[in-house]
Design a protein around this ligand. Structure first.
Ligand code: ZN
Length: 329
């Protein structure tokens, strides 16, 4: 749909006397699986790349159902950018049905994945925070086969973008993938990526400074699904979530009861809504524990353009603002 609209406009612009480069250079067609990757590909690709995003603003990529239009869009694309780590469970079938022949960029290639079942344990163990991480990292080289435990759908937590250092790995992978698919654009992609990577670095400083001011006792939060383990690991925040790393299955009454006991025992100050999940569960937990609802965090999708988190970096700025406002008082 988007490309059908954009092509005539680009053509009309060319006739109207747009720079000659845009006439000679057909744009690279990239498809990004979800909005956060779409934003990254736009940053790195710039003018050379036309980006279509499958799961748009406020969309839930865990449970997305591709449309026939998605298959047509993908069939025409040169590049497909996915998160990987099991996030887009629906992608393989879409790729097959579309007959996509281009390059796939897996943005998370090279990140240190979090084992979701280990992280669940971690969230429940209040002591030995650092030790457990060191232990976990030491075993990364020898991954055990995925074990299903409780509500988790697979052992790997896919939300790696919630650590900005991983975001930098994503950007480097996107840059390298674009260079491989469009070598003529190498200088452009490298310059765009370098600029973007340094912007990300600035936001890292902002996040660490903002969250660093929170007292130890208030560095614990509740979210509805377990989307912030990478965030918590990177910026020293304890995250508790009644739902697992996917939104596919709802929390059981037993899970909710356990969380409610934990919130009371640990005096967790606030619960945060997410832009991709229903608020009823959190409202119930908040009312039964007295934890306040601290605001809405953007976890798996950006906001609409013009909203508070319409880019990857605005998402971090917004989330840190919401967290520090709710947790510092
Ligand atoms: Zn998620």
């Amino acid at each position: 749909m988007i490309s059908r609209i954009l092509v005539p406009i680009a053509f009309a612009a060319a006739l109207a006397g747009a720079p000659s480069e845009s006439v000679a250079q057909a744009k690279v067609k990239a498809v990004a699986s979800f909005s956060i990757l779409g934003d990254m590909v736009k940053e790195v690709g710039g003018e050379r790349v036309q980006v279509t995003t499958l799961v748009g603003p406020n969309g839930d990529a865990h449970v997305y159902q591709p449309t026939p239009t998605d298959a047509k869009t993908l069939a025409r694309a040169d590049i497909l950018v996915i998160n990987g780590l099991g996030f887009e469970g629906w992608m393989e079938r879409l790729e097959e049905s579309s007959g996509f022949k281009g390059n796939v960029i897996t943005a998370s290639d090279g990140v240190k994945p979090i084992d979701a079942s280990a992280e669940q344990d971690h969230a429940e163990a209040s002591e030995h925070h650092e030790d457990k991480h060191a232990d976990h990292n030491a075993h990364d080289e020898h991954e055990e086969p995925a074990e299903h435990e409780g509500h988790d759908h697979g052992a790997i937590d896919p939300h790696a973008w919630q650590d900005l250092a991983n975001g930098q790995i994503y950007v480097a992978n996107i840059r390298d993938g674009l260079v491989a698919a469009d070598p003529e654009g190498k200088a452009t992609y490298e310059a765009n990526a370098a600029k973007y990577l340094s912007e990300i670095e600035k936001v890292v400083g902002h996040v660490k400074e903002g969250l660093g001011r929170l007292p130890e006792a208030r560095r614990k939060i509740i979210t509805s699904h377990d989307a912030f383990a990478y965030f918590g690991r990177a910026y020293d925040l304890k995250i508790i979530a009644p739902e697992g790393v996917s939104t596919e299955s709802e929390a059981s009454a037993k899970d909710v009861a356990k969380i409610i006991r934990q919130i009371k025992a640990e005096k967790i100050p606030a619960a945060f809504l997410e832009n991709v999940t229903d608020r009823r569960l959190l409202d119930q937990i908040a009312s039964e524990t007295g934890a306040k609802i601290g605001g809405t965090l953007y976890s798996d999708a950006l906001s609409e353009p013009g909203g508070p988190a319409s880019t990857y970096l605005d998402m971090f700025r917004h989330n840190v603002e919401v967290l520090t406002t709710a947790l510092s008082s």
